[in-house]
Design a protein. Structure first.
Length: 254
């Protein structure tokens, strides 16, 4: 009788081990069932793209941006690579920043930050349009309503890259001056930098004459001078600008 009790005691741990093994296998089976279920759910039509929203666009229409991204409705939202779509869009010179997000179950949101046309450089019978950093956006044969930067010798003009001219440092300073102009709500139609002393045209026959530095640093005073001329109906003449806030006006133009 004692021996049989001992045998029973020895067999009990074996039964526990078998039960643990069965439970372990069951857990693995349940795990794989869940994984397969999740996979079929995520790849089902429930997560097909139904709508594509475009935000913050200005230059391009929503339809053009969607076409650029190549994201299509009816495709599974998880099987559509947002990274590839973003990379495609960034190839366009106007695209400064692109953000693409999923809004489950079936909406894609494209938020863009576009570069703005800031100035133009004549190029033969055409014009090169640039942003505020001097990056070439496009070439056009239509005269733009942007400040024209005259007197520059173009060396290289690839869309999506900075414009290369022989007067690179002058171009940089001119763009800074345009930024100061914008801050002071002054508009120059044309800037001729062919000489050391530049001419910045307000009207066809009214322009400022001075160095880039003098004009940029005295923009606030220039605004007051232009306002006085405007109230007097004067649209012809030369405003000469020197250092230390020096101004003079002559109705005679060269």
């Amino acid at each position: 009788m004692k021996e049989s009790k001992k045998n029973q005691n020895v067999q009990k741990p074996r039964k526990k081990k078998k039960r643990k093994k069965k439970r372990y296998l069951l857990k693995i089976l349940i795990f794989f069932v869940i994984i397969i279920g999740v996979y079929y759910l995520l790849t089902s039509s429930f997560f097909d793209i139904q709508k594509i929203k475009v935000k913050e666009n200005d230059y391009y229409t929503a339809e053009q941006i969607i076409s650029m991204s190549k994201i299509k409705t009816g495709k599974n939202i998880f099987e559509t690579s947002m990274k590839d779509a973003k990379n495609r869009m960034r190839k366009d010179p106007y695209m400064k920043n692109v953000k693409i997000s999923r809004s489950l179950p079936g909406t894609v949101v494209i938020t863009v930050e576009e570069r703005k046309e800031y100035a133009a450089v004549p190029y033969g019978e055409e014009y090169l349009l640039m942003d505020e950093d001097g990056l070439v956006l496009r070439k056009t044969d239509v005269a733009p309503t942007l400040p024209l930067l005259m007197g520059m010798t173009v060396k290289k003009m690839d869309p999506g890259l900075p414009l290369e001219v022989e007067e690179n440092s002058v171009l940089t300073d001119t763009l800074k001056m345009l930024s100061a102009m914008e801050e002071n709500e002054i508009y120059f139609k044309k800037i001729d930098i062919s000489k050391v002393v530049i001419k910045a045209y307000i009207y066809d026959y009214l322009y400022c004459e001075g160095t880039l530095e003098n004009i940029r640093e005295n923009m606030d005073d220039l605004k007051s001078v232009l306002y006085k001329l405007y109230t007097q109906g004067i649209e012809r003449g030369v405003i000469k600008m020197g250092s230390e806030g020096y101004f003079s006006f002559s109705p005679e133009i060269e």
